[in-house]
Every structure is written in C-alpha cells, then in structure tokens.
Design a binder for this molecule. Structure first.
Ligand code: F6P
Length: 570
C-alpha cells in the first residue's frame, strides 16, 4: 500500500542530519519550494484547479457570512488547530477594525489548553469533535466549516466532517489537507464506524454535487518525515489566509495567483539568508546541547507564531516543554481565545513576556538563548537583556531595505531580513497593511521553524530525516513510530511493533495482555516515558535487551553515532 505523501521521506532531505547549519537551511528551502512548484506531477498551490476552487469557495463564504446567522468555523488538531486559531484571530481583528461583525470561529482538539501545549490524544476522538462543532454552531443558521488535517487522518476532524455531511442544509464542509483522497487514512477509528478515507470519499461525492470542497494540493513530503508543522502548516496558513482575504475583501486588486506568488517571493527573501539563519541555528543548537533553553519573545502575531513553533517540539523531538518556549506581550489578554485566561493552570500556561521577565529572566544563564522577534519587542526588551549572560538574537523584517543586514553587534546576532514582494504596492490601501502583516508572519514561521528544526538536528534528534524521538502520544504517532522502528531494522511490521511495545512496557518479554491491548493503552503507557522510540530502534536493530539499549543511549544520545559505533565494532 502506498504511504500517504505527508508520511513519506523526502529525498531532498535524506542527509539533513549530517549537514552543516547553513546546508540545513538550504535543504529546508528546497523542500519548501515544493509548496509553490509542486512535487512529481503535481503543481502545488499554483494548480489551476485548486485556484478555481478557492475562488468559488471564497464566494460561498462571502455569501454565507453576509447573511444573519452565517459563520465560518475553522478546526484542526495540533498545529492545524493553532493555525485555525491564528487565522480566526487575525481576520476577526481586521473585521473589527473595519466596524464589521467578527464572523470567524476556531476549534482546536483539546480546547485552548492545546493552543500552546501538546495534547495529541484529543486528536483521536471523532465523537468529541462532532460535539464541539455542534456546540459552536448551535445558534447558527448557515456555516462554512473548514476542517484541516494535513495528513487527511485526524478522527477529530473526521467526526466534524461527517456531522456536516449529515446536515447539508446547514453546513458546507471543506477539507484541507495534503494527500490525494485515496491516500487518506484507512485505519479503524476506536469506537466509531467509519475510517477517515470513508468520510473523505463521501465528501468527494458531495463535492461533485457542489455541496462540499476538498482543497488538497500535493506539496511533497516534509523535510523531517511526517512533521506536518512545517510545509503543511505553512501551506495551511497560506490557503486559509488567501481564502479569508478573498472572502471578506472583494476589492484587493490582485488575483489569487498573484497573492500566492507574493508568498513565494517572501519565501525566497527569507531563505536567501541561509548563512545568517545557519548562524542562528548554531546559537540555538549550542544552547540545547549545553542543557540551556531557548526563549522566543514577540508581540502579537510574531509571539503567537513563535509559540506555535515551540509547542510542537515536545511531540516531534521528545523535547521537554522548557527546551523551547515562546512568550507574547500581554499573554492571554492579547489572544482573544475561546477559553480566556488559562495562566492559573500552571507554568506551561504562563505565556506573557511579563511572566518571562518575572519568572525566567532572573535565573537566566549563559547556556540560554533569548530570541527577540520583531522591532516592537526589540524596543521593549533589548536594553534589559544587554547585560545578562544569555546568548541573544534579534530577527526582524524590513520592507524598505534592498539588502539584508546581519551584524554581530553587542546584542549578539541581529538579523534584519529585507522582504520584497513586487505586487505589494498594487494592493488596495484597505488591506495592504494586513497583507504585509501576513507575509511577515509567514516569513517568521520559516525562520523559527528553521531554528527549532536545526537546533534539534544538532542535538541528534533526527536520524537521516526521521524524527527518531517522536512522542508516542496518539494513534497516528504510534503507527508512525512503528514505521520508524521498521525503517531502521530488517524486521517485519509486526516484529517492529513488538520492539516498540517492549520499549513502551519496559520489558524484554511481552505478555499476551500487552500485545493484545488497544493502541490507546499503549499510548497511555508511553506517555510518561522518555526515549521510547530510540530504545525500540536499538532493540530492533541490535537484538539487545532493554537494559543495554538504555545504557547505550545514556552514554551516547545521538542514535546515528551509536549505530555507527556498533557497525564499526561488529
Ligand atoms: O499528532 C500530532 C500531530 O502530528 C501534530 O504534530 C500535528 O500538528 C497534528 O498532529 C495535526 O496533524 P494533521 O493536521 O495531519 O491532522
């Protein structure tokens, strides 16, 4: 069976783990260009069929929200839900500034606690998904529902799409993802009667009757296999922004293709700085490798974008939540989120720059890195950081510069990236500022994704282009982990699964009860354990005991090095 494209290994990045920092950035660039240029026979987001659909859908949204009781709901899990939140927030702010009704709503699996912390298990529940959508829309007469699941896989979203299909008079369902429908996930969903594939096929039928939309451009595999926070997250952002803009602003004075080409132009501008971005990765990698932490500080969209980047590091790289954290000025008061202020839930939810200054700054060390994102936060915080021992970096964007400058001034690495999108001056004055903000935020996404990915590569959390310390925290990640173990061994799928279970249950001999338990029990057992997948890989590859696998990893956490040492001594 062909693997979904979002779970395949990208040949462009197969040596990213042994690349220099600057080369890492160049590899990420090459992979990101597939968003715009396509992959194999696909044309990426410039596909004519996709652009026509976006145009029709934007008209549909516009009709729905113009009527009383009409609304648009964007939903997803993990990064997809976070991008849904960010889009709803941005466009509601814009509508409010124009004196119009705020008509965007978002849903994220796991609710707002999942906005900046990882709660992957919530992704597996289609029933809760449908209940949440019902709740959000109970007062609405007509809704365009956009479910984002990059891998066409999340049961939470499947439940919502299925609900929409059962009430066509109220809902127009839209699916955004990055696999062809036939590669949608076809695994049983616990306590449900359909697979994602079946729901997607029903949606295809509804699309033919013009009652649904599927936006699923193929943009090629992720640079780190399966890491949908990267290209897929970026493409989600671009699609949602283009759609929303064209739905609420009829007079942009640009075509959809032209707007998309502006995203491509800023992508080129950012990655042209591979040398400077490489230096940023070196700083970040040095911090993580010496046990220090990385702190992003930013205002508004920059702070939020950076927090989204940080929040995916625990499930992707087995990182602790302290390793990379983001803070935004004003914290929850700046968010406009569904559940309001969550800061009393514990330190993970203390997200304001003020919290950072109070709780973290006094104990900052030379191993830590503070990254200021944007001029506003630089004006606010750079002076107080100057005399502190931590490493410092500053990233900002300029539209009025022709070249990028990077100076290792006393502040550390100060990088000002010149953005240039040729059509910017043609945009109608009403939304020019908004478009520039969106382009800056996506540029920032490329910068922070490069930083956090590069730093974890330098920490040894990637082998070839696989995330070998992925947290086994939901069904998709469980199956991905089995695939990773199998990839590094010559074992069958079943044998690889057993190695993973041995690591999860911390035993050399599995009981019948353990092997026959449902996936959710494995996930619960794995939730408190560290290095589950690396240990499983060693057991699978070296046929060793759990104890010796753990000993090897405690002496040398970089798996590729352990394997090389073993190959040499064999
Ligand atoms: O399960 C965790 C995760 O892989 C996140 O990394 C990702 O953002 C989320 O799932 C959503 O994935 P998808 O958009 O494919 O449903």
């Amino acid at each position: 069976m062909e693997q979904p494209i979002t779970e395949q290994s990208n040949p462009l990045s197969s040596n990213i783990d042994v690349a220099s920092s600057e080369e890492i950035v160049q590899i990420l660039y090459a992979c990101d260009l597939e968003i715009f240029h396509g992959w194999k026979n696909s044309q990426g987001i410039k596909d004519k069929g996709l652009i026509d659909k976006i145009e029709n859908l934007a008209k549909k949204i516009s009709n729905v929200i113009e009527k009383p009781g009409g609304g648009i709901v964007i939903s997803g899990c993990g990064t997809s839900g976070r991008i849904a939140f960010l889009t709803a927030r941005t466009f509601n702010c814009y509508l409010k500034s124009k004196g119009k009704e705020e008509c965007f709503q978002y849903i994220i699996a796991g609710d707002d606690k999942a906005l900046f912390t990882s709660i992957e298990l919530a992704e597996d529940d289609p029933v809760v998904g449908a209940e949440k959508l019902n709740q959000v829309c109970k007062e609405k007469a007509s809704v365009v529902y956009i479910g984002v699941t990059c891998g066409l896989s999340a049961p939470f979203v499947a439940g919502q799409l299925d609900l929409c299909l059962s009430q066509p008079e109220k809902y127009t369902p839209v699916l955004i993802g990055f696999n062809p429908v036939e590669l949608a996930r076809n695994l049983d969903i616990e306590k449900w009667d359909k697979t994602f594939l079946q729901v997607a096929q029903n949606l295809e039928i509804a699309e033919k009757q013009q009652k649904a939309f599927i936006l699923n451009p193929v943009i090629g595999p992720e640079p780190i296999t399966g890491s949908s926070r990267m290209k897929s997250g970026t493409t989600t952002r671009i699609l949602l922004e283009v759609l929303s803009l064209f739905a609420i602003q009829k007079d942009i004075k640009l075509s959809i293709e032209e707007l998309m080409s502006m995203y491509e132009s800023v992508c080129n501008c950012v990655y042209k700085q591979s040398h400077h971005l490489g230096s940023l990765i070196d700083l970040a990698g040095a911090s993580l490798n010496s046990g220090g932490n990385i702190y992003y500080l930013g205002c508004e969209g920059f702070g939020l974008m950076a927090m989204i980047d940080a929040s995916e590091c625990p499930p992707t790289y087995g990182a602790s939540f302290h390793d990379i954290r983001g803070f935004v000025t004003g914290g929850f008061s700046a968010l406009n989120n569904n559940d309001g202020d969550l800061s009393n839930l514990g330190s993970q939810y203390q997200i304001s720059v003020e919290d950072f200054e109070r709780e973290i700054l006094p104990a900052i060390t030379s191993d830590d890195l503070v990254v200021l994102l944007g001029e506003d936060i630089f004006q606010r915080s750079s002076k107080s950081l100057l005399d502190l021992p931590c490493k410092k970096a500053y990233v900002t964007f300029q539209w009025d510069q022709t070249s990028t400058s990077s100076t290792c001034v006393e502040f550390g690495l100060a990088l000002s990236i010149a953005l240039n999108a040729p059509l910017v001056d043609r945009i109608s004055p009403d939304c020019k500022f908004l478009v520039m903000q969106l382009l800056e935020e996506v540029s920032l996404k490329w910068v922070v994704n490069s930083l956090s990915t590069g730093a974890h590569i330098l920490k040894g959390k990637v082998c070839q282009n696989m995330m070998i310390d992925v947290k086994v925290s939901n069904s998709k990640l469980f199956h991905r982990a089995v695939g990773i173990v199998q990839n590094y061994s010559s074992l069958s799928h079943e044998e690889s699964c057993h190695c993973l279970l041995k690591s999860i249950y911390d035993t050399d001999i599995l009981t019948e009860e353990q092997t026959s338990a449902p996936v959710v029990s494995h996930i619960n057992a794995a939730s408190q354990k560290l290095m589950v997948v690396p240990v499983a890989i060693l057991i699978a590859k070296l046929s060793c005991s759990i104890k010796s696998a753990k000993e090897m990893i405690s002496c040398q956490p970089v798996l590729r090095k352990v394997l090389i040492q073993k190959d040499c001594s064999a």
